[in-house]
Ligand binder design. Structure first.
Ligand code: SAM
Length: 219
């Protein structure tokens, strides 16, 4: 019925939800001849994605555009949980360089493809565990993206160490109470924090973003 209603559809998949460390979907093909790989377009960026192998959420397009608006020319950015690169490639249009790390080899494979597809030569893909990024010896970053809502708060101290004084961390988290992660944030920096709801997730739970200005004591 869906294919009849929308003749441009090639494949219809049944989705059993997002699972595991890599946040991938269990998909079952119920109609059509195609595969689960597709190209998503948002704000002039093309993202090749296969939700059976990698995480991707088109509902964050407005959020990516909001963060892109706050990027100043010449910024050095790191996306610690980059997936197939939607934040990294969008922000790279204004930034000097964006490092994009992910632990899932399939995500990094598609990220490399998407960098070429969008001619985003200033995005540097990395197959890396975010927990180890501090060991690489990076010069401090101007901006850090942390979009792993189930677990990003666990990596906040690492992110604060990677960020320059006055730099910004965008921390995405699933929460049940307003300000739930403020005590954790206050344990790593006394800088300014603003909190917004990105989208609802389930009854009583929502995807929040904390925009954190990192203030380093003694700087
Ligand atoms: N930022 C991307 C986006 O907006 O589409 C992907 C976000 S997805 C919610 C989180 C990503 O973090 C997944 O691609 C997953 O493979 C990756 N990931 C999970 N644990 C990680 C870790 N310890 N280090 C680096 N990446 C990790």
């Amino acid at each position: 019925a869906m294919m009849e209603a929308t003749p441009s559809l090639r494949t219809v998949m049944m989705d059993s939800g997002v699972k595991g460390e890599f946040r991938v979907r269990e998909l079952e093909k119920i109609a059509g001849t195609g595969t689960s790989e597709t190209v998503h377009k948002e704000f002039g960026v093309r993202i090749t994605v296969d939700p059976s192998l990698v995480y991707f959420n088109p509902r964050l397009a407005t959020e990516r555009a909001r963060v892109a608006l706050s990027v100043k020319g010449g910024e050095k950015i790191i996306d610690m949980f980059a997936g197939v690169g939607p934040f990294a490639i969008t922000l790279a249009r204004k930034a000097r360089v964006v490092f994009a790390a992910d632990l899932n080899p399939a995500a990094v494979h598609l990220l490399v493809h998407n960098i070429a597809l969008n001619r985003a030569a200033n995005v540097i893909p990395m197959l890396a565990d975010a927990a180890h990024l501090a060991r690489i010896g990076f010069e401090p970053f101007d901006r850090i993206i942390m979009n792993l809502p189930m677990a990003a708060p666990q990596f906040l101290a690492t992110a604060a160490g990677l960020c320059r004084d006055g730099g910004t961390i965008h921390l995405y988290a699933l929460q049940e109470e307003e300000g739930e992660y403020l005590p954790l944030i206050r344990a790593v920096t006394s800088g300014e924090v603003t909190e917004r709801m990105v989208r609802t997730y389930s009854p009583g739970k929502w995807h929040a973003v904390y925009d954190i200005t990192v203030k380093k004591e003694g700087c």
